[in-house]
Write a protein that binds this ligand. Sequence first.
Ligand code: AMP
Length: 114
Amino acid sequence: MSDTIFGRIAAGEIPADILYQDDDLVAFRDLSPQAPTHILIIPRKPIPTLNHLEEEDAELVGKLFLAAARVAKQVGIAEAGYRVVINCNAAGGQTVFHLHLHLLGGRPMQWPPG
Ligand code: AMP
């Protein structure tokens, strides 16, 4: 659980600005926000990347997306709109190897992303 910075946040070992948590997941503000609202949603289970998902994780993944939508409402960006991103491995821009959703909002998002 504690092998990455996000594992340590999930374990309560280091502080984070937590907006929601339950038995399965934690949602907290990104330390280096790329948008006015930038929230990370992580499973407590230490899944390193999207490539490591297994069939047994299907319900958990659903819960991560449901949490993203719920937190988007909670922080007031749901109606205007937002983006949810998962980076996978080096070419995908992943730097922390504990699966996470980025919830980005508060400004218009560009497409395609950089
Ligand atoms: P990624 O590049 O997809 O792996 O995203 C990792 C994200 O974690 C980056 O947006 C970082 O700003 C963010 N981050 C790293 N350390 C922390 C931390 N201690 N608390 C909150 N966000 C963090």
